[in-house]
Design a protein around this ligand. Sequence first.
Ligand SMILES: [Zn+2]
Length: 279
Amino acid sequence: MVVDTALLVDTHAHLDDRAFAADREAVIARAVAAGVSRILTVGVDLPSSRAAVALAEKHPAVYAAVGLHPHDARKWNEATVRELRGLAQHPRVVAIGETGLDFYRNLSPREAQIAAFRAQLALAGEVGLPVIIHDREAHGEVMAILRQWVERVRSPGPAVPPPARGVLHAFSGDLALAEAASNLGFCIALGGPLTFAHARRTVEVARQLPLDRLLLETDCPYLTPEPFRGRRNEPAYVRYVAERLAQIRAQPVEVVAKASTQNALALFPRLPSVSANGS
Ligand SMILES: [Zn+2]
């Protein structure tokens, strides 16, 4: 497989995960060697948000997002928001997240998830950063909260299309949901599940949604794409997602890679347009 892009962005990785404890440096080096010139490592609680920032300081290709995952929403308090606000000032922190709702596993009470989600949206607005959103079995609630947020941000301004202000990561909804989110100004990130055999609904999203709304991600160490499904995922594998997206859209992989990278740069203004290794 030859993908000469030197352009890909993995917009969602968990490099601080203990799955990478033994070979984190090698994993990052492999990604860069594979043309993944920027990796967003995403915090899920305060320790992992701190770890994400530390990794971003250490590696030219790594950038951070800081937030509290819905699984841990019960931990949200004033100290959480204070520390996230501080971390968000760091120039290599490019987004707030991941935040959102997970009504599938319900590891935190739903009311706590909603409160932490709303608070992180407010924080993102305050610090002027986009949000990375996790939505599992909570499509209606997530969209309702995002709609309210967008209206609050926009009002009482003129009825202009809102700029992109976030991404629905590991998107699991249908085309109607993707279009509704896109109309609100959100991007859709596709990862490993796009390569799975029974991904009919996600394939339709990948085929029909305008290319300027799509991002690529791994969500590593989870959601490993084919042909490595079942093993540990890593940022270098984002190219398999790019190849599958190109195949579905019947476009050259270079076109898909370039567009998805442009989309990431537009959504995350703190991501530099030229990576540290010059590509
Ligand atoms: Zn994640």
